[in-house]
Design a binder for this molecule. Structure first.
Ligand code: BJW
Length: 238
């Protein structure tokens, strides 16, 4: 593992444009469960009943209960060492941006500046009908939208069957297409369209994850905990 992390440090040093892409495995060491591991969300609840746009229309009480619990649990989480290392690497000029599938906001909380939240942000509430922003309290109390009057508040996250926010997606893919190195951290790469990133760069692709995934040819794979690996990387580069 030490040699692989040294190889990763060399890739970053030799790259002019390094982009990081993160998934739920980046946040598990901050005690936020991922989705598809043994203790992940989708082994406890059916994603089609809670994280699908049809669920919002057809099972609102279940949808509301699931996201209320997730929002409340964010009060107890803080970034871990790995989030801070990524922020420090950006500050030191080693990485250009982070494209994340995570909705926790932990990268920005740790100090990262250029963060593309491709699946939205759990703390941002909007009306499903008119997009008017609302407070978390409005969502938790099932208030009606104070602009259009509809009872349709929801977290501003991307549910299955919805498209990703276009302007954020465009910026992220521009950075990925321009990158000399793409570092992918903590994702099963099962969800489209973010799972296309490895094919969008002509640069080196590094995969850091607890387990291997099929279907990709990475230039470097480091199997282990993201926080520990990034901590080690920080010792070499910072
Ligand atoms: C660690 C670790 C540690 C753990 N260190 N590692 C059929 C074929 C292909 C595509 C489709 C299809 N049918 C439908 C689709 C499209 C669909 C899709 O991809 N479905 C597949 C699942 C089949 N995609 C969409 O609908 C997307 N929109 C779209 O495509 O628009 C165009 C379109 C519209 C309409 C019709 C057709 C096309 C939107 C996807 C939105 C995903 N939303 C969610 C929920 C967000 C809100 C919420 O959080 O509740 O996003 S689902 C969930 O999965 C969440 C995540 O961001 C996303 C990705 O998960 P991630 O991050 O990869 O987590 P895990 O758990 O899967 O993996 C974690 C990994 O980390 C594991 O490997 C662990 O081992 C590892 N790990 N701890 C290192 N400490």
């Amino acid at each position: 593992m030490k040699r692989a992390i040294e190889e990763l440090a060399a890739i970053i040093k030799n790259s002019k444009n390094t982009v990081v892409m993160t998934g739920a495995g980046m946040d598990t060491e901050s005690n936020i469960p991922d989705f598809r591991s043994k203790d992940g969300w989708w082994n406890k609840v059916d994603p089609m009943k809670v994280a699908n746009i049809d669920a919002f229309y057809e099972h609102y009480p279940t949808f509301h209960e699931f996201y209320s619990a997730r929002i409340k649990s964010l009060d107890r989480v803080v970034p871990h060492k790995g989030h801070y290392v990524l922020a420090d690497l950006e500050r030191a000029g080693y990485i250009k941006s982070i494209a994340t599938q995570n909705i926790s906001g932990l990268h920005s909380q740790a100090g990262s500046k250029t963060v593309y939240e491709l699946h939205g942000n759990l703390r941002r509430i909007r009306c499903n009908e008119c997009y008017q922003e609302h407070s978390i309290d409005d969502f938790l109390t099932k208030a009606a939208c104070n602009y259009c009057g509809k009872k349709a508040l929801r977290p501003d996250v991307v549910l299955f069957g919805e498209t990703l926010p276009a302007s954020i997606w465009d910026k992220a893919i521009k950075d990925v297409e321009d990158s000399d190195a793409l570092i992918i951290i903590g994702t099963s790469l099962q969800v489209y369209p973010v799972n296309q990133f490895p094919y969008m760069t002509r640069g080196k692709v590094v995969f850091i994850n607890m387990e291997r995934v099929d279907g990709y040819n990475f230039d470097l794979e480091i199997i282990g905990k993201a926080g520990e690996i990034l901590n080690e990387l920080g010792h070499i580069l910072l």
